[in-house]
Design a protein around this ligand. Structure first.
Ligand code: ADP
Ligand code: 3PG
Ligand code: MG
Length: 400
C-alpha cells in the first residue's frame, strides 16, 4: 500500500481542524540567526497546503541535542526565518515558548483557520526522546490530525515521531516525507539501471549498512574521501598516515572480493603532512609515510567525472565528499563530482544526493538544488533507510 499523503484526503477534512505537523527544523544557528535553511524551505508546500484548506497548522520540531532548556537551541530564530520566507502574503507565523502545557493550549485556542504556530524545541523536555507516554498524550491532545513531514528524524522513536503519532486516527505523510520515501525506496528496491553509486566522507561504520544493501544492485561504485583509504589498504596499497578504519578492514576486504569488478578506487591523491600544510603533493599509487591523502587526484577526478557526467539515463546516488572540501586546496575532487552530478541530471539521469556535508559541498560547488532530481534531507535517516532498516516515524503512518 502506498503511503497516504495530504492530497489523498478530502479538503473538507482539514477545514477548521488543528493539524500537528512534525517538521525537521534541526538547522544550524549562527549568532542567533538561521544558517542553511533548506529544511525550512522544504516544509512550505505542506504548510501552505494545509493553511489554504483552513487548517490551524501547529509545527513541532527539535533543534540540536540540548540538555534541558538551553536558550542556544531555541526555535525562535527559525520562526523568524519562516516568516521572512513566506513573506507578507499570509498572517505572521506565531511562536510559543513551549511545546506542551497551558500556555501552548491557550495559544492554540486563539488560532484562526489558516494560522501557523511554531512550538518551542521538543527536546527542551527530556520526555520527547524517551518517547514518554504521558508527554505523548499531552502532545497529541493539542491537535486533531497528525502529519509527519520530518523524514530526517523518522529513524528516531521519539514522542513526536512515534508515541504521540499513534494516538491519532489520522496520521499521514507530508509532501516532503512522501517525496523522500518515494525516491529513496526507488533507490533501495528498484533503481533504474545503470545504477551508479558515489561514496565518500569519513565514517565507513555509518555507511556499511547502506553499502551492503546497494552494492549488489549497483553497476558502478566509486569510492573517494577518507573512506577510500581503508579500501586501498585492503588491496595492499600503502596509505601513509591517511585515516584507516581498522575495525572495518575485514568487511571492506570481503566487499572487494565480492564486488571488486564494479568498485572504482582512487589511483592518485592530493597529499599533505596535515590539513594545515599548504604545500600539497600530488601522489600516484602508494602514499609515502608521514603524508595523508586529503583529496582525490587529477587522474581520479577525470575517471570519476567521466563515469558520472557521461551518464544519460539510469540513476546516480552520491553520499560523502571526495576530500576535505572545506579547505580550498582539497576541494577539487568534490567540486568536480558535484558538477558531474549536475551534468548527469541535465542529460536525463535520476540523480540523488544525501548527507549534510554533501549538500553543503554541492552548494559550494555552485550546483543548485534544482539541478538534482532529489536532495535528501536526511543524514543518519537516509543511510538507515537505504540499509533497509524500519523507520518508526514512517511505519506508524496510515497506508504504510
Ligand atoms: P555527509 O555528511 O555528507 O554524510 P560525511 O559526514 O560522511 O558526509 O563526511 C564529510 C566529511 O568528510 C567532511 O567534513 C570532509 O572534510 C571529510 N573528509 C572527506 N575526505 C577526507 C579525507 N581524505 N581526509 C579527511 N577528511 C575527509
Ligand atoms: C538530523 O539532523 O540528522 C536529524 O534532525 C536528527 O537529529 P538527531 O541525530 O539529533 O536525532
Ligand atoms: Mg556529515
Amino acid at each position: 500500500m502506498a503511503l497516504r499523503t495530504l492530497s489523498d484526503l478530502p479538503d473538507s477534512q482539514f477545514d477548521g481542524k488543528r493539524v500537528l505537523v512534525r517538521v525537521d527544523f534541526n538547522v544550524s544557528i549562527n549568532n542567533g540567526a538561521v544558517g542553511e535553511d533548506y529544511r525550512i524551505r522544504l516544509s512550505i508546500p505542506t504548510i501552505e497546503y494545509l493553511a489554504k484548506r483552513g487548517a490551524k497548522v501547529i509545527l513541532a520540531s527539535h533543534l540540536g541535542r540540548p540538555k534541558g532548556r538551553e536558550r542556544l537551541y531555541s526555535l525562535a530564530p527559525v520562526a523568524k526565518r519562516l516568516s521572512d520566507i513566506v513573506g507578507k502574503s499570509r498572517p505572521a507565523i506565531r511562536f510559543v515558548d513551549d511545546c506542551v502545557g497551558p500556555e501552548v493550549e491557550d495559544e492554540i485556542s486563539k488560532m484562526n483557520k489558516g494560522d501557523v504556530l511554531l512550538l518551542e524545541n521538543l527536546r527542551f523536555h527530556d520526555e520527547e526522546e524517551l518517547n514518554d507516554p504521558e508527554f505523548s498524550k499531552k502532545l497529541a491532545s493539542l491537535a486533531d490530525i497528525y502529519v509527519n513531514d520530518a523524514f530526517s528524524t523518522s529513524h528516531r522513536k521519539h514522542s513526536s515521531t512515534y508515541g504521540a503519532a499513534w494516538l491519532f486516527d489520522v496520521r499521514i505523510a507530508g509532501f516532503t516525507l512522501s517525496k523522500e520515501v518515494e525516491y529513496l525506496s526507488m533507490i533501495r528496491e528498484n533503481p533504474i539501471n545503470p545504477f551508479t553509486l558515489v561514496v565518500g566522507g569519513v565514517k565507513i561504520k555509518d555507511k556499511i549498512g547502506a553499502l551492503e544493501h546497494l552494492l549488489p544492485k549497483a553497476d558502478r561504485v566509486m569510492i573517494g574521501g577518507a573512506a577510500a583509504y581503508t579500501f586501498l589498504k585492503a588491496k595492499g596499497v600503502k596509505t601513509g598516515n591517511s585515516p584507516i578504519d581498522e575495525e572495518r578492514l575485514p568487511w571492506v576486504t570481503t566487499a572487494l572480493s565480492a564486488y571488486g569488478d564494479k568498485i572504482m578506487l582512487p589511483t592518485d591523491h592530493v597529499c599533505a603532512t596535515s590539513p594545515s600544510d599548504t604545500s600539497v603533493t600530488m601522489v600516484r599509487g602508494d602514499i609515502p609515510n608521514g603524508m595523508s591523502g586529503y583529496d582525490i587526484g587529477k587522474e581520479t577526478i577525470e575517471r570519476y567525472s567521466a563515469e558520472v557526467g557521461g551518464k544519460s539515463g539510469g540513476t546516480v546516488f552520491w553520499n560523502g565528499p571526495m576530500g576535505m572540501f572545506e579547505i580550498r586546496v582539497f576541494s577539487n575532487g568534490t567540486i568536480n563530482i558535484a558538477r558531474s552530478m549536475a551534468l548527469a541530471f541535465w542529460r536525463g539521469s535520476k540523480t540523488l544526493i544525501g548527507g549534510g556535508d554533501t549538500l553543503e559541498a554541492m552548494k559550494r560547488s555552485g550546483v543548485a538544488e534544482n539541478e538534482v532530481s532529489h536532495v535528501s534531507t536526511g543524514g543518519g535517516a537516509t543511510l538507515r533507510y537505504l540499509a533497509g532498516d524500519e523507520m518508526p516515524g514512517v511505519v506508524i503512518l496510515n497506508g504504510h
